[in-house]
Design a protein around this ligand. Structure first.
Ligand code: HSE
Length: 436
């Protein structure tokens, strides 16, 4: 088979990792793909830097459109990121009949439906293993390895930066701001870390996994998103005392009336394997009806781990080039005309357990007032702790863990508890999942 020519858009961390891995493992890769896969053209605004990376082995241009319009390029690898220029480039590459490999989770979560429809029309492939979980081949697993299953739920630690911050807070007792500074010092968090710490990056990845897992269109705008920036270190400590760890989880769950799609800090039992995933590592649990629970663990970011996913896609596309388009694995795992329109449930309809912390005046009848409100709303208490007051203080923390209940009832209970004169300030609420 003739060599496959690849054009790369953006030779930053992942781009240079991809170039390096393709070059270093070219022999192994061509034995697998059945042909040579060569990066012949690179576009990057920093032309000199790009030249120093490719060392004359590819032509370099500052104009990415030159790559997507070049007749000799078979596959375009988009590693620019963002949802504007990258979208225009991908759509133009597709219009030119080129296959696309991308790591751009924001773009696919927000505009994936449009991009896949365009690709289907042109009979080209858009592969995106690197968009979720870095080097963990979770897309392949969901789309192919677990294809026999009805997927029941997916729950993942899919943002390494926030997981690192939570590990720092738990292990060192650090506050959120100090832990974030440490993540930035080590180069994990971006200078503007909003997407990582506010759960947006995780929601992009969750949206993509849910689409493939359940055969639904991308519905990022319907996802519930809550990040970790407001987590207090005492909640991490109290959770630990109760046998739980707090993780930023992306959860997609099939329920009788729709699909839960949510990213938020979550208490999980400390004895679960996934609770022990620390630092920048990622892990994803998938529950299928036939296989049961499975877990996938690995580096969720970084040059070569992410390149591992990009190159796997290149090999996949190379192998499928000669297949009839209708015999290829569908972009979203399910046939495009068989996607389901099952609704995403609003967060008020989500059913889970809760950790509630409230500061109360240490007086007779306080607990009775609070538990009456919970009972009125049908919320059952699973465990409860009252902490000793700090020296000289007349307020104490009460922590309650509830059984599973519907979120709107918890919202109503919190609103009523906050009006009690014996309760100081707001109730802290963190969702809790047993993951069993
Ligand atoms: N910023 C992401 C993270 C990595 O912290 O996990 C890229 O998806």
């Amino acid at each position: 088979m003739k060599p496959i020519n690849v054009g790369l858009l953006g030779i930053g961390t992942v781009g240079s990792g991809t170039f390096t891995v393709l070059r270093r493992n070219q022999e192994e890769i061509s034995r697998r793909a059945g042909c040579a896969i060569t990066m012949t053209m690179v576009a990057d605004k920093e032309v000199e830097k790009a030249r120093s990376i490719v060392e004359g082995l590819a032509s370099v241009t500052a104009d990415a459109f030159e790559v997507v319009n070049n007749r000799d390029i078979d596959i375009v690898v988009e590693l620019i990121g963002g949802t504007t220029v990258a979208k225009a480039l991908i759509l133009e590459a597709i219009a030119n009949g080129k296959h696309v490999v991308t790591a751009n989770k924001a773009l696919l979560a927000r505009h994936g439906n449009e991009i896949f429809a365009a690709a289907q029309k042109q009979d080209v492939m858009v592969a995106f293993e690197a968009a979720v979980g870095g080097g963990i081949p979770i897309i392949k697993l969901l789309r192919e390895g677990l294809t026999a299953n009805r997927i029941e739920w997916i729950a993942g630690i899919i943002n390494g930066t926030s997981n690192f911050i939570l590990s720092e807070m738990r292990e060192k007792g650090a506050g959120f701001n100090d832990a974030l500074k440490e993540a930035q010092r080590l180069g994990y968090a971006e200078a503007d870390p909003t997407f990582d710490i506010e759960g947006v990056d995780a929601a992009h990845k969750l949206t993509i996994m849910a689409a493939i897992g359940f055969g639904i269109p991308m519905q990022f705008s319907a996802a519930y998103i809550e990040g970790i920036s407001k987590l207090a270190r005492e909640d991490i400590r109290y959770a630990e005392e109760l046998g739980y760890r707090i993780k930023l989880l992306g959860i997609a769950k099939r329920k009788p009336r729709g699909i839960e799609l949510r990213v938020h800090p979550t208490l999980i039992p400390a004895r679960r394997l996934i609770a022990n995933v620390e630092g920048v590592m990622n892990a994803i649990l998938v529950k299928g009806d036939a296989v049961g629970q499975t877990m996938y663990y690995g580096a969720g970011a970084g040059a070569e781990p992410t390149a591992s996913a990009v190159v796997a896609d290149l090999v996949d596309v190379a192998r499928m080039l000669t297949a009839d388009p209708e015999h290829r694995v569908p972009h979203l795992a399910f046939q495009p005309d068989r996607l389901s329109n099952v609704p995403i449930l609003p967060i008020g309809e989500v059913e889970t357990a809760y950790y509630l912390r409230m500061r109360v005046y240490d007086k007779p009848g306080v607990l009775a007032d609070i538990t009456r409100i919970l009972a009125d709303l049908g919320i059952s208490i699973d465990a409860m702790v009252q902490k000793e007051p700090h020296e000289g203080e007349d307020q104490v923390d009460i922590i309650m863990l509830t059984h599973q209940t519907v979120e709107k009832h918890v919202n109503a209970a919190m609103a009523r508890i906050e009006t009690l004169p014996v309760v100081a300030g707001k109730v802290t609420r963190i969702r809790l999942e047993q993951l069993n």
